[in-house]
Design a binder for this molecule. Structure first.
Ligand SMILES: Nc1ncnc2c1ncn2[C@@H]1O[C@H](COP(=O)(O)OP(=O)(O)OP(=O)(O)O)[C@@H](O)[C@H]1O
Ligand SMILES: [Mg+2]
Length: 242
């Protein structure tokens, strides 16, 4: 079975979806075929509005960089979930990434328990405490859990948040609070976003949403570096199981 990584945090807006997209982007840049299982979707909305991950999947396909290497599937049934992960290898996927909602469900708890790694993102000190408490409560006895620092508005808090998050370790890759992580939804993969910006000559002097082109390009580079670093760090963590 391909390595499975579940993004789990009992806190709304913890950064689960953005960090999942970032990891998927990095894995795709390394040529990996990624199955994303979205167990968050509200059944009632299906077919009416695309979910964030479906919108992003369409952008990835449109960008043409990762044709056939990303597939997003919605799932809220435990039997369907088991079939999806059992079929993933046969279907040619190298990694399974699962996005969950803040409220644990039967499927999200199962996903976390059968994962090779649970990634728990948090955006600040208070969130570190809240997310860590939720892990202790819902995933008793699970050991393959790591925190991920993402979107910290106050970088000075990082060290104390890491201490608060104990007993769980925290990934050394951090996702800073910059727009490119958010903008993956519209631009597809981080690599595509980064390459696209590089092709626009600096002398165009683009000024979009108060960011000048040079700053934009710099932020995209920072995000691209973190994206590849995250993918490599996660591969290292699960590689003994590959
Ligand atoms: N590193 C980052 N840089 C910039 N924005 C970020 C970063 N991480 C998260 N965000 C933003 O923070 C918000 C919450 O992130 P996200 O949607 O990933 O959280 P979530 O845990 O999936 O939330 P939800 O409870 O809605 O499912 C989003 O608007 C996202 O774009
Ligand atoms: Mg989400």
């Amino acid at each position: 079975m391909p390595p499975q990584i579940t993004f789990f945090a009992t806190k709304g807006g913890a950064g689960r979806t953005v960090s999942l997209m970032t990891l998927a982007s990095g894995l795709m840049s390394l040529g990996k075929r990624v199955l994303v299982i979205d167990v968050t979707a509200d059944v009632a909305l299906r077919g009416q509005f695309p979910t964030t991950l479906q919108t992003w999947e369409a952008a990835v396909r449109q960008s043409g960089i990762a044709g056939g290497t990303l597939s997003v599937v919605l799932c809220d049934d435990i039997t369907d979930f088991s079939q999806l992960i059992e079929g993933a290898q046969h279907d040619g996927f190298d990694f399974i990434l699962v996005d969950t909602s803040k409220t644990p469900t039967e499927v999200s708890l199962k996903a976390a328990r059968v994962s090779d790694l649970v990634v728990a993102p948090f955006t600040g000190r208070n969130e570190a405490r809240f997310v860590s408490d939720g892990l202790v409560e819902h995933l008793v006895g699970e050991t393959n859990i790591v925190g991920l620092i993402t979107g910290f508005r106050n970088p000075a808090d990082v060290q104390s948040a890491i201490e608060i998050f104990a007993p769980y370790p925290v990934l050394s890759t951090q996702l800073s609070f910059i727009p490119p992580f958010d903008e993956q939804i519209t631009f597809g993969s981080m690599e595509r976003y980064f390459e696209g910006l590089r092709r626009i000559p600096l002398e165009y002097g683009i000024n979009i949403e108060t960011r000048d082109h040079q700053q934009w390009r710099h932020q995209a580079g920072v995000a691209m570096t973190a994206t590849i670093s995250l993918a490599n760090e996660i591969i290292g963590r699960v590689s003994h199981r590959v």
